[in-house]
Design a protein around this ligand. Sequence first.
Ligand SMILES: [Zn+2]
Ligand SMILES: [Zn+2]
Length: 278
Amino acid sequence: MIDSHNHTDFSEDCFIPLETMIDAAISQGIKHYTITDHLDLDYQDKRFTFALDHVQRKAAIRQAQLKYKDHINIYLGLECGIQPHVLDESEMIIRQEAFDFVIASMHTTHKKDLYTKDFYQGLTPIQAYQAYLKEFAFCLDMMNEYDVVGHLDIVKRYEPSLQSVQLSEVEEDIIYLLKIIIRKNKGLEINTSGYNDPFNHAFPHPQILKWYYELGGRVITLGSDAHFPERIAQHYEKALTMLESIGFEHITVFKNRKPHTLSLSAIKEAWMLTESNI
Ligand SMILES: [Zn+2]
Ligand SMILES: [Zn+2]
């Protein structure tokens, strides 16, 4: 079992110590566990910096890798919040730090925060959705130091009016973005935290995953985006069934920024067994 998107108290918005998260992951039957704390340079909500103490964090994760090596594979990952003006600095840090896995996520657009809803002011739902996708696509094209795109359609989480936007209305922008990542051999993460939202699906929406599949995209990672132990590997059964129905056969895990594929049906089988034992 895999969980490729997790936070610890090295992230400014998470208060759970690394070892508490690891213990919970082991008890959930996770074998491949990636810690992806936030780095979000020039984050626009100035109550947060989302800076990372890379030295201390790396030392703690290296120590945990040794301590838990007989139980779980722990990977040094990063969730990098991207904006056009911080790409160079972010890439420099990523090259220096020898991460196993990097997720590129967009938490701000037009230098305005999504979470605080500043970004949505003065925009119609479609304008907001399109502006987010355009800036995201621009960054994903300019940047190279990432492996997958984080929670691709999270823009609709923070402003409920965007949930009324039909995907056909933003299809062109989504296809444009997907073609960029396929051309660059990057992947998409399935972020199961979306199942906790009223729209009740993982990020991205299954239709976006279908388009990705039809365009030839096959690199899929799986993560819960857990900020709490009880959220680790949450909603996996639904996510795995959905991926299988689209036609995906593998889930990818990154180590030293290199993809390793695992059979989706084997993961699903193992997951069902673990669940029935709990
Ligand atoms: Zn995120
Ligand atoms: Zn996250």
